[in-house]
Write a protein that binds this ligand. Sequence first.
Ligand SMILES: [Zn+2]
Length: 291
Amino acid sequence: MPKLIPILSRLLILILATASSAFAQNDPEWTEPFPPFRIAGNLFYVGSKGLASYLVTTPQGNILINSDLEANVPLIQASIEKLGFKFKDTRILLISHAHWDHDAGSAKIKELTGASYMVMDADVPVVESGGKADFQYGDRPEFLYPPAKVDRVLHDGDEVKLGGAVLVAHLTPGHTKGCTTWTMKVTEGGKTYNVVIVGSPNVNPGYKLVYNTSYPQIAQDYQRMFDVLKSLPCDIFLGAHGGYFGLGEKYPHLKAGAANPFVDPDGYKKFVAEKEQEFRTELAKQTLAAK
Ligand SMILES: [Zn+2]
């Protein structure tokens, strides 16, 4: 009888693991509301617990980064309004990369706000086909979404400017072909901070890093991405998912008069180093298996 318990618990873990991977696209944290808040200066958090969205406010209207799932659009709107801003003042819409969890709501947001949609060149075919042009998930109906027209095609290093705010689009490819890491400067309390919003450094389950006919240069692109991330000066560490930078752990420490928990240059360096190691381990594994 005592032996039965470990067997049963192992079985339960297996069942739970299978269930969670089958429904990975519906991670409950993705649609769980999160309190909107000022990160620093004119940069605000308006995403859910699991899907990060950012609002950059300016006297000439606002910039929104990440439209998230279609189901998240009302959440983002409510967060923006709770902060005292108008959803309709969203002039520019940007994304971290062309995956449904960051861009499925773009068509809806364009329709509701009239925002100009600006996307990195290599992700444009994916967003304009509603995910069908994606190298990995294009034939998976559960990952497709309403197509949205891109108003401005961005290239590596391009600046997006509005009302004095300047965001720089860094091509950090691999996770998607046009995966974008956004940087900007914010000023608070007389200090200027370098902000980095990481696009995604993850090698998803099922990604082929060797002999990938739909994305032959994928491994070189991942390495290029890590080289770019390592070169960026970072004070305020953010990303496309709250989990990248410890949103849930840092948020309770955000208090007037205390050090801003999102200022975390060491956390950024550690995250990038860990993700690069994960990539290299997976690449070595796949290279060996392909021999
Ligand atoms: Zn993704």
